[in-house]
Design a protein. Structure first.
Ligand code: AGV
Ligand code: CA
Length: 309
């Protein structure tokens, strides 16, 4: 039986690579994809998602549109960046999809999919958790249909990656965008696994990896993925602006959990300045699982294998 999966992403270049990666997984049945307008603008992100589904023969997988705006906006420069994906040679001439306003609302679709699912569903979040929280607030009984939530989010024993006004740098962006929804999600005490910066810091996008990937560009997905990743290397090469394989690492966890180290913890999240969105260990807090380590070499090898198609 394949694993039933729902994915909510927020349109970043590594979110789109994560969608591509999910589509290569043999044991996963992707029931639907919803998009959060966090680290993206929603129309270009829906366009990219639709095009990737078409390119890989998955045009029957439904897409949902998130319209909820988080509490702390992402920088506009980051949000605008991924539209460049839609202009790449393998994507530019694909049909753009229907009217972006015609997509159903993300929380309603999550409710429909969970209701109709024949079995428990795994949920992969590679952006903020707001759409899922909106869905669960409307239909709390559906919590029982959730097998596991795998979420790229948080920073527990390392610094965060938010650098902005009224902030001390302790938060990771996916939590900071909507700390209040994050608090609600952890309060629910569902089976929740964080893939935080603690582990994603081990997997930067490197030229050494891209060079290996380039030796297999006769495979269309290696060619396309190589182009996506090349577009992430215009970051300032200091620690905070290095581009990491954040979401892709979280996505790989679905396929090879045995390559990761996890820890059961009690944790909490701050919802106020100066550390809004900080996730921290707290004996009096909520139970969750955090991923602390990964076999880095096997992870990069896995990507090279999956994109050979
Ligand atoms: O904090 C990591 C999350 C991931 O879901 N995102 C990017 C990934 O999709 C936010 C982010 C942090 N630093 C960034 C980000 C950067 N330098 N550029 C774009 N997005
Ligand atoms: Ca993301």
């Amino acid at each position: 039986m394949p694993k039933l999966l729902l994915m909510d992403h927020d349109g970043g270049i590594d979110d789109l690579l994560s969608l591509l990666l999910v589509l290569t997984m043999p044991d996963v049945e992707l029931l639907g994809v919803t998009v959060t307008p966090a680290d993206c603008y929603i129309e270009p992100a829906l366009e990219s998602s639709y095009k990737l589904l078409q390119l890989t023969g998955h045009e029957y997988i439904p897409l949902g549109r998130g319209d909820y705006a988080g509490i702390n906006a992402f920088p506009s420069e980051w949000r605008a960046r991924p539209d460049i994906i839609n202009a790449l040679p393998m994507l530019i001439n694909l049909p753009k999809a229907p009217d972006p306003y015609a997509y159903p609302a993300a929380p309603d679709l999550l409710i429909d999919w969970l209701t109709q699912a024949s079995d428990k569903v795994t949920i992969l979040l590679t952006g903020p958790c707001s759409n899922l929280v909106l869905a669960l607030e409307k239909a709390p009984e559906l919590a029982d249909k959730i097998e596991q939530i795998v979420w790229m989010a948080g920073a527990f024993t390392v610094s965060g990656n938010v650098q902005t006004y009224q902030h001390d740098g302790s938060a990771e962006w996916n939590v900071f965008w909507d700390p209040v929804s994050t608090r609600k999600l952890v309060e629910w005490q569902l089976p929740l696994t964080f893939i935080p910066l603690d582990v994603t810091n081990h997997v930067p996008v490197t030229k050494a990896f891209l060079s290996k990937l380039a030796t297999q560009i006769d495979y269309p997905l290696s060619n396309l993925a190589g182009q996506f990743w090349a577009l992430t290397l215009d970051t300032i090469p200091g620690y905070y602006y290095t581009y990491f394989m954040w979401d892709i690492l979280a996505t790989s966890y679905l396929a090879m959990p045995e390559q990761f180290k996890t820890q059961s913890v009690r944790m909490n999240v701050s919802t106020r300045p100066p550390n809004a969105g900080q996730t921290y260990l707290d004996e009096a807090g909520y139970a969750a699982t955090i991923v602390t380590d990964v076999n880095v070499e096997n992870f990069y090898e896995y990507l090279l294998t999956q994109f050979k198609r």
